[in-house]
Design a binder for this molecule. Structure first.
Ligand code: HAM
Length: 442
């Protein structure tokens, strides 16, 4: 038997509905923030990530899925979404009068990591990118949008960590101080860190091996080296977050694992006990230099991405049952061929009218069809029979109360509309059931 590749998942059954639900909430909330969807390719020229994410980052140096295509081009499965969005922004000339561009995406990303709970080789992100604004309100708004999406999904145990890496001048000063500090300790660090020290010392702070060592704990932090403007800017971001009532903690050691950041960086953790070690459910920051680095016009940007797989782990860890509605509104049963073809027709009419309808596809006995209706938690059932059909009638049964009514087929849509609507307070024809999670309820 062929099995799925290591570090990948099949998403099916109730999980798939939860997944769909999360994606709907994300699209819906980001639509309210006036972000529009962008879809970029799953693979890009390798150079995009080498230059964009950074040659010395773990992602690029150890984790990319690289391949040479049949035209001899070096390609990489995208390990994250930001570089592709920026490439598209430049290539499609989305700058000019159209700024800011507010874009969001949902899709799979690929990193060759050691799989564990919450960490996969194929994983899904949703992300948002605000391109073309340098105003700290953008930083605060992106962080709060991320926070609000998690809250809307019911997550409570959220911890927002923020930090500032400062502008290029602050970073230069910090770089110098860090190199001086690390110099006498370098032999005590891992081999990767020795290399990072030479090529990109900031990366040492992000080392998965040495991160918790005393040496790194006592290292100077970027916050200590912010110049006046960077400091004031960071204070503004914090002030706006207070205004938006987003609880946060300043974490001076937060540097992030990608090279493109400056000024604000942040991570959102879920602190529930059962999260395991992969408890960062989303992260992002400002990346003012990336568009220029990728040969576009100088454009300040801010963004964020969340791991949907980790959000699913967090929902379990916080014991939140999304209660997605997978009940069937109506199950149509039949015995003979005439009834069967009418069932086929009626299913289509009712589905097009917005109801979730199912029927038998296996030539089951009527008894087995009743069982199937129960298995699908059908709210209503109809056993079609030729005599009723001749009279343009059906006998519809409420599967909960077991009450039966004979109604005209012409009135069926109206009947279902009225009766299913009773179960939902949203006032719309959403047919979503008691615990309504339709868009208008969110
Ligand atoms: P990142 O921190 O590399 O940032 O990833 C963002 C989120 O993706 C993580 O917080 C985590 O929830 C999820 N994630 C990352 N790797 C895995 C994995 N192997 N398995 C499951 N989930 C994972 C970025 O990707 C940046 N592009 C974020 C950004 C957008 N910055 C600015 N704009």
């Amino acid at each position: 038997m062929i099995t799925k590749p290591k570090g990948t998942k099949d998403i099916h059954g109730k999980d798939a509905r939860k997944w769909q639900y999360i994606e709907e909430i994300v699209s819906n909330v980001l639509d309210k923030y006036n972000y529009t969807l962008i879809r970029t390719p799953l693979f890009e020229a390798s150079d995009l990530f080498h230059r964009g994410v950074g040659e010395t980052t773990d992602i690029v140096s150890k984790e990319t899925y690289d391949f040479i295509d049949r035209g001899n081009r070096n390609m990489t499965l995208r390990p994250e979404g930001t570089a592709g969005v920026v490439r598209s922004f430049i290539e499609n000339k989305m700058y000019g009068d159209n700024l800011p561009q507010k874009l969001f995406y949902i899709g799979p990303m690929y990193r060759y990591e050691r799989p564990q709970k919450g960490r996969y080789r194929e994983f899904y992100q949703f992300g948002m990118e605000l391109l073309g604004s340098d105003d700290p309100i953008g930083d605060a708004e992106v962080i709060s949008a991320a926070y609000n999406i998690y809250k809307m999904l019911g997550l409570e145990k959220l911890k927002v960590n923020i930090n500032s890496l400062g502008d290029s001048e602050s970073r230069k000063d910090y770089h110098k101080a860090l190199v001086e500090y690390l110099k006498p300790h370098i032999n005590e660090l891992c081999d990767d860190c020795k290399e990072r020290y030479q090529k990109n010392p900031l990366r040492v702070l992000d080392c998965k091996v040495d991160r918790d060592s005393d040496i790194l704990k006592k290292a100077p932090t970027p916050l200590d080296y912010l110049n006046k403007e960077s400091k004031e800017r960071f204070e503004k971001v914090c002030e706006y977050l207070d205004m938006l009532k987003v609880p946060y903690e300043v974490n001076p050691r937060l540097v992030r694992g990608l090279d493109y950041y400056n000024h604000t960086v942040f991570e959102i953790d879920d602190t529930a006990k059962d999260m395991g070690s992969q408890n960062t459910i989303g992260a992002g920051g400002r990346y003012n230099g990336l568009v220029k680095l990728l040969d576009g016009p100088d454009t300040p940007c801010m963004g964020f991405a969340a791991g949907i797989d980790r959000v699913m782990v967090a929902l379990d860890a916080e014991e939140i049952d999304l209660d997605v509605n997978d009940d069937v509104d109506l199950f149509l049963m039949y015995v003979n061929d005439e009834e069967k073809s009418y069932a086929l027709y009626l299913c289509q009419e009712l589905r097009l009218a917005g109801f979730r309808v199912d029927t038998d596809y296996l030539g089951r006995s009527l008894k087995a069809q009743f069982k199937q209706a129960d298995r699908l938690k059908a709210k209503y059932t109809i056993v079609l029979n030729s005599k009723d059909l001749d009279n343009n009638e059906v006998k519809i049964k409420n599967n909960k109360t077991k009450e039966e009514e004979i109604i005209s087929i012409d009135a069926l849509i109206y009947y279902l509309d009225e009766n299913l609507e009773d179960e939902c307070d949203c006032g719309d024809d959403c047919h979503c059931g008691d615990d309504c999670h339709c868009h208008d309820h969110k």
